[in-house]
Design a protein around this ligand. Structure first.
Ligand SMILES: [Zn+2]
Length: 345
């Protein structure tokens, strides 16, 4: 099969299109023909070597954490999934640890992600343990599923589950033109919140307003903290959605209302920030970590996408051979929505 791998950490150019033997499913695995694979920031961080996780694949490494496709073979012990099923795969959990048993399997002690720990979807075929497979609603296209899974699952988990967003609250969403940000705007609207979004250009701001953001701050032209204060009559946002980290995380702490919450699920810009602890306790600000999503949450957002109530934004679809270009675009930050890779011809 054709596959994109990297043999060394480095820039986008280390991604190489190669031909390797087709994988075969083990007894508890299914073989999926990849129809669409989402490109995520974690791919860029793993490729560059900036992120190293225990148990990640040895080199050469196959990226791609959200894979939509059809099942073309199943192992002897597979029971739930059949050949021909349209499925989505991303994460494999153990099903037995305390987190799995209490419905918080996003924290599973043995959680393995496609593209990080297991070979991912930058390939024509991928094998996945049956436990990691979700069946797709009939109304959902492969591209929609691959574009929605991580962005909407993560945004839902952060805003609704961890962030406890309620109708009438003000939510600030940084980098709202990203996949997860644009998902956050839509989910926050659906939840009845007032949405303030930030983005880098007036053109993107227009698109975010069309998507449902009530107010958009172009951060290259305006002071985000001052604008949030102005828009909330000095109060600040009840909840801040931060995927950027670094300096922006410090801004988040200044934009949040007294008694409010700052929730983070990423550190695209930087994983370091020095915070003022006095500011934190005097104002009773809550800092919340959020990672991934549960299977129930993913099934829920996929249903909403299938019903047309949430709409994954796809900036572009590229052939697998252009994976390097996809990573360059991710790094330049000029996208509006997701990039997908498709194996194609
Ligand atoms: Zn577990």
């Amino acid at each position: 099969m054709r596959v994109v791998r990297f043999h060394e950490y480095g820039g986008p150019e280390v991604l190489r299109l190669e031909t390797i033997p087709d994988p075969h499913p083990r007894a508890d695995e299914v073989l999926i023909r990849v129809r669409a694979c989402g490109v995520n920031h974690i791919d860029v961080m793993l490729r560059s070597g900036r992120l190293r996780l225990p148990g990640q694949q040895p080199l050469p490494h196959i990226l791609g954490m959200e894979v939509a496709g059809e099942v073309i073979a199943v192992g002897d012990r597979v029971q739930r999934v059949r050949v021909g099923d349209r499925v989505l795969a991303a994460v494999v959990t153990c099903g037995a640890c305390a987190f799995c048993q209490s419905g918080r399997e996003n924290l599973c002690e043995e959680r393995r992600m496609l593209g990080t720990h297991l070979p991912g979807g930058y390939a024509e075929f991928v094998t996945v343990p049956e436990r990691g497979v979700i069946r797709l609603p009939d109304a959902l296209e492969f591209s929609q599923a691959a574009a929605a899974r991580t962005a909407f699952g993560t945004a839902w988990h952060l805003l609704i589950e961890r962030g406890r967003l309620r109708a009438g609250e003000v939510v600030l969403i940084h980098s709202a033109s990203s996949g997860v940000g644009s998902a956050g705007v839509q989910i926050a609207r659906l939840a009845g919140a007032r949405v303030i979004a930030t983005t880098s250009s007036e053109k993107k701001a227009e698109a975010l307003r069309a998507l449902g953001a009530h107010d958009v701050i172009v951060y290259t032209q305006h002071d985000v903290v001052a604008e949030v204060r102005r828009l909330t009559e000095g109060r600040g946002a009840d909840l801040v959605f931060d995927v950027v980290g670094g300096e922006v995380f410090l801004q988040s702490l200044q934009c949040v209302a007294k008694g409010g919450r700052v929730a983070t699920c990423g550190a695209i810009r930087s994983d370091q920030a020095t915070i003022n602890i006095i500011h934190l306790f005097f104002r009773e600000i809550e800092i919340i970590g959020a990672t991934g999503s549960t299977q129930l949450e993913v099934e829920g957002v996929l249903r909403l996408v299938a019903e047309g109530r949430l709409r994954p934004l796809i900036d572009r679809v590229l052939p697998l051979s252009e994976a390097s270009q996809a990573h360059r675009l991710m790094e330049e930050g000029q996208l509006f929505g997701k990039i997908l890779l498709v194996p194609g011809e």
